[in-house]
Design a binder for this molecule. Structure first.
Ligand code: CTP
Ligand code: K
Ligand code: MG
Length: 181
């Protein structure tokens, strides 16, 4: 695969993990997951992690994976790149894992004294990547190995922070997000 093909495969394979965080912003609101509970003098997770956002974000990622599967043969033809089909297990681990990674990051942020919305460079851009890929590698190892080759993984690690920063700046200027990160 050349560089363009590798980028297309990386982007396609990560879409079900990219979309949940952005969808959660649209669904967010209502009861926080931690129910307002604190650990020491800080919230366990904070008001930025809600049931609605988490369920809505995961469902959106899952629906996207199924939609991508429906157009996968056509996309492979049109793009002339063999984009992957998502096994249902991988669709779930990518979407739910991305949300779990983001929630884990909020836990770490609160423990390290950062209030809701505070930036944590590095963690903010990669929490959902690690959250999505680790359970996928464990629960769908065959598919993971075929899809996330070393070059594809390298592209994911470079492309993701760029896309994350870009989409959050756009969401901020659209008034959807309170901070541009
Ligand atoms: N959101 C949600 N549930 C999630 C993730 C996000 O409801 N599991 C919504 C919340 O409205 C949140 C917004 O999406 O405020 C933006 O997400 P994010 O930047 O991850 O949350 P923050 O509010 O910045 O909180 P934190 O500092 O804990 O990341
Ligand atoms: K976040
Ligand atoms: Mg934030």
């Amino acid at each position: 695969m050349d560089v363009i093909e590798t980028v297309v495969v990386a982007f396609w394979a990560m879409l079900p993990a990219y979309v949940p965080n952005n969808a959660a912003v649209l669904f967010g609101g209502g009861r926080p997951i931690d129910g307002g509970r604190t650990w020491g003098d800080r919230r366990l997770l904070g008001d930025g992690k809600t049931w609605r956002g988490t369920v809505g974000g995961t469902a959106t990622g899952l629906a996207l994976a199924l939609a991508l599967n429906a157009v996968q043969p056509a996309a492979t033809d049109v793009l002339a790149v063999p984009v992957p089909e998502f096994p249902i297990v991988a669709a779930v681990t990518l979407a739910a894992g991305a949300m779990a990674g983001d929630i884990t990051a909020s836990f770490i942020k609160r423990r390290s004294g950062r209030d809701r919305g505070a930036a944590f460079p590095g963690l903010d851009q990669l929490d959902f990547v690690v959250g999505a890929l680790v359970p996928t590698a464990i629960l769908a190892p065959g598919w993971f190995g075929e899809t996330f080759t070393a070059p594809v993984l390298a592209v994911v690690l470079v492309l993701t922070p760029l896309l994350h920063v870009g989409t959050n700046v756009v969401a901020y200027y659209l008034g959807l997000k309170d901070e541009p990160w």
